[in-house]
Design a protein around this ligand. Structure first.
Ligand SMILES: [Zn+2]
Length: 443
């Protein structure tokens, strides 16, 4: 934790230097920046945090957030989710939803979002446009899904060839976007998951990953149904199959991973791929608690994902809290009807610092990007947290240690406390003063 420090940020969006109070340069530099009016001084009970990284978001499911969580995964997709995602054939609908989504996530402190869009190339391009316009760092994929056995006729790619061609077209679009020279928006090769893709499509996306070096994202060993489905169809686990299709690399993000074996974990660690741990979504759709601590000890890169809308919260701090809670449940067990030793998984808990690390630095490591930490040469993606605002649950005491302050932030910071958000030193969100309100009551 930095106390009494001066962080210098360049016009390229990077942290160029961090000066401690003890440094002889400190006072002259503070004076110089104050004179040029480019100095921001934190007030009492204000803190600067690295921006939050959300490794797993389904952008078109934003209208579904907080509802439709009544069915198991395989039915939830067919009944609730595919019909909604199909509506993104309408570009004006897509723009309205995506503007609301990106505004909402920035207000919650998500400076980097890793998105599944829909199968529609134009709507996926709109998501990239919106993230660029609103200065959110984003990794975005056009969803590829072509298998008629699992994808409904109204929402699937016409063929493996067309799915690969549209994926290629989206990569080219992002790489030539005006204003994206710094690569704030990155394209992601996105097979939805093995059950919805033919072998031919998975092969060609693996080839594309090798050819372009782009990030890859997909779902992996998420639920009983999904894990068993892949074992039955492929005769091997998701991890092994993805590796054979050429889809497991240092730039791969695997969502969930609840059912991966020890051998899978070794493969993932050796490849350098990462897991997006989605603790809240797992409660609803995954049948199990992700063994986070075991995976961290096995050297697997892990960050957090909201899995909008499988998870009902848009906040990565919420998901950090949930990661702590579910790890405690895993350690204690949940069925009091069983003897203590039969219901618990020893040494499964994580602490608050680990949860915060996952929400920030862990996400950066997962993506192989210089984000999530205040360090020279890293991107200045940051949140200004203020405890002294109306509606705040945050309350600090003079004797709170730095660790206790951070714990309180993880547990109690809400969007009212997130006053300013920067991405690559561009102000991406600023909380407006509380306005006068008029009430119109209707029945
Ligand atoms: Zn997902």
């Amino acid at each position: 934790m930095l106390d009494q420090a001066l962080m210098v940020v360049g016009s390229d969006g990077k942290i160029s230097a961090i000066h401690r109070r003890e440094s002889p340069d400190f006072d002259p530099l503070v004076e110089r920046f104050a004179q040029t009016r480019s100095l921001i001084t934190l007030g009492p009970d204000q803190y600067l945090l690295p921006g939050l990284v959300d490794l797993h978001i389904h952008a078109p499911q934003w209208p579904q957030l907080g509802k439709a969580l009544d069915l198991p995964l395989e039915q939830w997709l067919q009944v609730h989710t595919f019909p909604l995602e199909a509506r993104f054939a309408d570009a004006s609908f897509a723009r309205a939803v995506y503007e609301s989504l990106v505004d909402g996530l920035l207000a919650n402190g998500t400076t980097t979002g890793v998105y599944f869009a829909s199968i529609h190339l134009p709507a996926t391009q709109i998501l990239a446009d919106v993230c660029l316009e609103k200065s959110q760092r984003a990794l975005i994929g056009r969803v590829a899904m072509d298998d008629p056995a699992q994808c409904p006729p109204y929402y699937r790619d016409a063929s493996a060839q067309s799915a690969a061609a549209d994926t290629r077209a989206f990569i080219a679009y992002v790489q030539s976007m005006a204003g994206n020279e710094a690569g704030t928006i990155l394209p992601v090769i996105t097979p939805r998951f093995i059950p919805s893709c033919s072998d031919a499509l998975l092969h060609s996306l693996g080839q594309l990953a090798k050819e372009t070096g782009c990030h890859v994202q997909t779902h992996c060993s998420e639920s009983d149904w999904e894990h068993e489905f892949v074992l039955k169809r492929c005769g091997r686990t998701d991890t092994t199959a993805l590796e054979e299709f050429g889809l497991l690399s240092r730039r791969t993000i695997l969502a969930h991973g609840n059912f991966i074996s020890d051998a899978d974990a070794v493969r993932i660690a050796q490849s350098g791929a990462a897991i997006a741990h989605c603790p809240l979504s797992n409660v609803y759709l995954s049948d199990a608690v992700f063994p986070l601590r075991r995976l961290l000890q096995q050297g697997v890169h892990v960050g957090l994902g909201s899995d909008i809308a499988g998870g009902a919260s848009p906040s990565i701090l919420d998901n950090a809290r949930h990661a702590i809670l579910v790890s405690r449940l895993l350690e204690s067990g949940v069925d009091a009807g069983r003897p203590r030793q039969d219901r618990r998984l020893p040494d499964a808990r994580i602490d608050v610092m680990t949860a915060f690390w996952l929400a920030t630095a862990g996400g950066g490591v997962a993506l192989d990007l210089p984000i999530g930490v205040f360090r020279e040469g890293f991107q200045f993606d940051a949140l200004l947290i203020d405890a002294r605002v109306p509606g705040s649950n945050l309350h600090f005491e003079p004797h709170d240690t730095p660790e206790e302050i951070l714990q309180k932030i993880v547990y109690h910071c809400t969007r009212v406390n997130i006053r300013e958000v920067w991405v690559a030193n561009r102000r991406a969100h600023s909380l407006a003063p509380v306005a006068e309100t008029e009430f119109l009551l209707t029945t």
